[in-house]
Design a binder for this molecule. Structure first.
Ligand SMILES: O=C(O)CCC(=O)C(=O)O
Length: 267
């Protein structure tokens, strides 16, 4: 369950920030594991730029990306497996997505050094209905499609850049104009999501969101996992890896109806 404040803010804005989800040691362990695998990081080349050549989003180089951490050798995988089905995240997703929610896209690290480019704004709010990415309030509860959980492994302070949203846009009925998606007009409507290391940002993909170029001296390190409701898949589903324990298996189940003995986590 969300707290009353979290439910109100998620419904109002299309995202919430949970503080202190990870302990400082858990953050340090995750960062140390990344440091040990840093050779696997791939910086997006210019031909795969995400800035759309927008002057406000352009950078000197692309963002860094790295996947596969759930399958790293022990102990390096452990901080990430802990994030996958973290009790606090389970509580929140049981309400946002419903019990039996599943990991849809694999977990990955999004890293940005000072000067890294941003990402044009996108999301599935209006005017058509996107059956994979939506926000609906019906029968006294919310229903969401694809939903992102981002653990911050370094501080995201005001003005640093990083993930940014148009609050309330998950309920918009009108397509977001290109000038706003490209951060060329009405920049004041865009809110950079501030969050200390160890906190987690949860947003529905229906919310118009993007990335502002990174300006801080310290790198951005965010662990992104996209979850969806237990009956749904955005990307083709994958086989459950052998290393998964019962808890991890529950969030990696294939998509099917919850009535068919689908496992679910309480917290
Ligand atoms: O900077 C972020 O965390 C947002 C990234 C994003 O929206 C994307 O990769 O599609």
């Amino acid at each position: 369950m969300l707290t009353d404040e979290e439910r109100y803010l998620f419904d109002l804005n299309g995202y919430i920030v949970l503080e202190n989800v990870l302990t400082p040691k858990e953050v340090a362990d995750a960062n140390a594991a990344i440091d040990c695998h840093i050779d696997k990081m791939r910086v997006r080349p210019p031909e795969q730029s995400l800035s759309g050549e927008s002057p406000g989003l352009k950078g000197e180089f692309g963002r860094g990306e790295m996947g596969g951490m759930l399958a790293w050798e022990e102990p390096y995988c452990l901080p990430f497996r802990h994030m996958l089905a973290h009790p606090r995240i389970v509580l929140a997703l049981n309400e946002i997505l419903g019990k039996g929610f599943r990991m849809d896209h694999h977990m990955f690290l999004l890293s940005m050094e000072k000067g890294a480019e941003g990402h044009t704004f996108h999301g599935s709010s209006g005017p058509g209905f996107d059956p994979n990415q939506y926000y609906i309030w019906q029968n006294g509860r919310m229903h969401n499609g694809l939903t992102v959980v981002t653990f911050q492994l370094t501080d995201v302070n005001p003005g640093d850049g990083g993930v940014s949203v148009i609050p309330g846009s998950h309920k918009s009925n009108v397509a977001c104009p290109s000038s706003i998606r490209r951060y060329e007009k009405h920049q004041g409507e865009i809110r950079q999501v501030v969050c200390k290391a160890g906190g987690a940002v949860i947003f529905t993909e229906a919310t118009t969101h993007g990335t502002l170029p990174w300006t801080a001296d310290h790198p951005r390190r965010s662990i992104l996992t996209r979850y969806t409701a237990g009956n749904m898949a955005y990307v083709p589903s994958y086989d459950i890896p052998e290393w998964a324990n019962e808890r991890e298996r529950a969030v990696m189940e294939k998509p099917y109806h919850s009535r068919l003995n689908r496992p679910f986590l309480e917290e």
